[in-house]
Ligand binder design. Sequence first.
Ligand SMILES: [Zn+2]
Length: 457
Amino acid sequence: MVRLVVNLTTSGREVKIVPRNKESREEKMSALQEKLVDGVKEIYESGKWAEYIAVMSKFPNYSINNCILIASQCPGASFVCGYKKWNEFNRNVMKGESGIMIFAPIKSKIKVEEPLYDSDHHPVLNEDGTQAKEQVEREFKSFRPCYVFDVSQTEGEPLPSLANQLNDSVEDYEHIKEALLSISPVPISFEDIAGNANGYYSPDAGKIVVQKDMGQLQTIKTMLHEISHATYGHGSKDDKTDKETKEVQAESTAFWVAGMLGLDTSDYSFGYIAGWSKDKEVSELKDNLELIKKTADKITSDIDSYMKEVFKHEQKSTDIDSDVEVYFTVAECSEFHSMAGYTEKIESAEEAKGIFESIPKEMYSYIPAIGIQLIDKKTGEEITQCDVINRGVANYDMLQYYSEIIENPKAMKMLGKLAELFPDIEVVGEAPALDIAEPCLAVRKKPDKFFKKIVMG
Ligand SMILES: [Zn+2]
């Protein structure tokens, strides 16, 4: 895999773009597909799976209506059961937690008198000729509100988990996050989600919410999972996909796209997919492989296009840097360089200062100067030159007429370095965006204006 690294001196951050040609991309997609199917299957063979199933089977199954009630009150709910039931998992509901209301079916029995029939369905008669009656117990099913609690409202022994939270940091984290925010079909916000879900997609509200302050890889993976839900159109009016398939689709897609970005989410994704699959055949995954692959490919392409666009813009700003060499100059006569000694292409500020200070005193009437010089790397020709420091005065006002210098980060950095070497010099004008690590004394004399410029730069 070829990696292009662009180091941006202007902003100090690195952009890494992974160019992909069609072939290697296809190969990579296939390799990820194999890893995904095998990885999920391996979960079933692990002891972890048996332990997980043993505990999970103890959780009650709620009706669709109750699931809706739970989700509306606690969008991030994952494991839910009644107050006492939590004790079976060696967990307790924490003090002050209010329950999630659902409707529990209750069976009540009442005794009623009913007419008596014999085995041939003939009425059994009393001696007086009226139909005999019998006392029977009948069951009535009704509903009463009751309260349940999500695992996030409880404390105690951790529940077994198939999916491990991803704590790794991500190279280019901010760039990838930016790209995902940009390509997501709906806006993404980072919030504290009630319950312990990492994120959710709300088709009605048209938004994605991701739990804030998670690990970098978990955040990217969760963003991808929810973007996938939104891309598949899960939860829309025409969506007939069952819950299990939706989750398998979203997580498989997230795993796949992350893999194409060079990120490995196996520790979380395989367990998550296994946990949602109805059987060990992973049919939700296998039956949907083509669709999952297509969707993963689309999301990856969107991210790629975004990255390339950013890359193009940011490369433009580095072009200034890479095609231009920056040097210092020392002129014995700043008015007419050719009148007296003139040294150009001086690489360091220290060197320039040394030459400048060795100018004999009798030359002072010519006003010697240190300048900055830009040279075209290809042609070797001078693009521009500006004298900045004269004996005793640093004239930054002049720079405003030299946009090539002001816009060149390296030149500005070098001028900052030069200013540091003359701490007692008088400064005329303001240096726009001078990159000075240790501001010289003259700068300190009028800190307000100067620092404002530095910060803005
Ligand atoms: Zn999901």
